[in-house]
Design a binder for this molecule. Sequence first.
Ligand code: BES
Ligand code: MN
Ligand code: ZN
Length: 503
Amino acid sequence: MEIPLKVQFLKEADNTDVAIVVGVFADNEMTAAAQFLNDTTHGLLKTAIETNRFKGKIGDSVSIIAPNDLKVRRIILAGFGKKEDLSHKVLQDIGGHIYASLAATPDKEAVLHLSDLSEGSLGKGDIAALIASGALMRSWRFDKYMTKQKADELPQLETFSVITEDPETATQAFMPLKAVAEGVFLCREVATEPCNVIYPETYADKIKEELKPLNVDIEILGEKDMKKLGMGCLLGVGQGSSKESKLVVMQWKGGASDQQPIAFVGKGVTFDTGGISLKPGLNMHEMKYDMCGSAVVVGLMKTLALRKAKVNVVAVVGLVENMPDGNAIRPGDVLTSLSGQTVEVLNTDAEGRLVLCDALWYTQDRFKPQFMVNLATLTGAILVALGDLHAGLFSNNDELSKRLEDAADKSGDPIWRLPMTTDYDKMLKSPVADMQNISNGRLAGSITAAQFLERFVNKVPWAHLDIAGMSWIDSRQLPTAPKGATGFGVRLLNRLVKDHYEA
Ligand code: BES
Ligand code: MN
Ligand code: ZN
């Protein structure tokens, strides 16, 4: 997929026939660039602010049709919030809001004037790069199946230029941020593709097509391979589908050859009907997003490879389709996992943990990683607990949790840790097998799911992110994402890797 927006950093630009964007801080304190423009227009910006309930808050914007003698098409004032609150996340949000304002116009070219803006540890170049990357993230669209859209219903913006005193530094700072955006785009793309297009086999091919050229090693295991290994739980889930289940192993070797890898594991249920424990029909189509854990892992690998991260990373995704069928697993069936532990399947709709348990065991057994982080749209219960504002974090390791929480704060992908204890673990006791795949009641559903996974990590430092509430959001647009697939998790994990695991 092509990059939807051309971004460039310049010292000065010809402003003829473009949309000019300038920032205004909270309480209408103008940035130097806004002040300059206000002066040259004899107070036009000040008037616009006063007549438009504009307060300079993040997300506030005013679009002014430029007076004829100015030669520009329009001037957009963008709220920059409180100066002291500027951070990576806030700057990206500002960029996203600016893109949204521009996308509502027919303008093709926009120029953001920042002049010498810097704040605390954020230099001129960083600020320019972060705002531009936020705009880029927001500009993604998925309209390949729309055959009847008219140009005047679509955003027209093609070029976003940022005028800064330090374009070289900004261009440098933008490179890794662009790599993150491209990882986010790949994540959103595979998540949004319908399930008649993306199913385990085509998904595995897509991973190979995207990552192989970037020097990521790819192995694709089919059902025969997995059967030989003994992945009875993963295979059990896919057994009702006419599509062959796949396990994709990706390796990025950017670190020293003797460096222990770090590992990411993703749930890739390409469609989750619930199986024989069939889901109700209402909104079942949303279960096309049940592969988002894997999509984050794939997007992350793209980002790390694009920016040539100096670290060894393995990524494993379990790709299956959960369908009801004469051959499907039944409630009450007992499956034997790769670890040798047996599982009584009381509900075939609790399938994600069955996929992950074999993927996790395989990953630690084969690669002996420093840690494993898995991502999954695992439970509806996490939405009840945290809504669509935080992903759930579960872990057996305080240091890894702390690092993830830190990366979440900095990256703008928020997470919240929930408890794990032996008393929750006991809720998985089965009368016929080593464990049940669900507890008997409805209580603490997200925690018991995490407790289940923990039984398959073999005490390796591990964290599980339940992203069911964060992977797609239809109720509102996020500053840096349109409605639909968000790409939540790519920024977060890239930040974790960058801050702690690169040589
Ligand atoms: N994929 C679902 C979880 C889910 C639900 C994700 C809603 C996003 C939105 C998962 O496989 C599932 O069905 N979980 C069950 C578990 C239950 C049977 C214990 C659930 O959450 O209802
Ligand atoms: Mn399910
Ligand atoms: Zn599921």
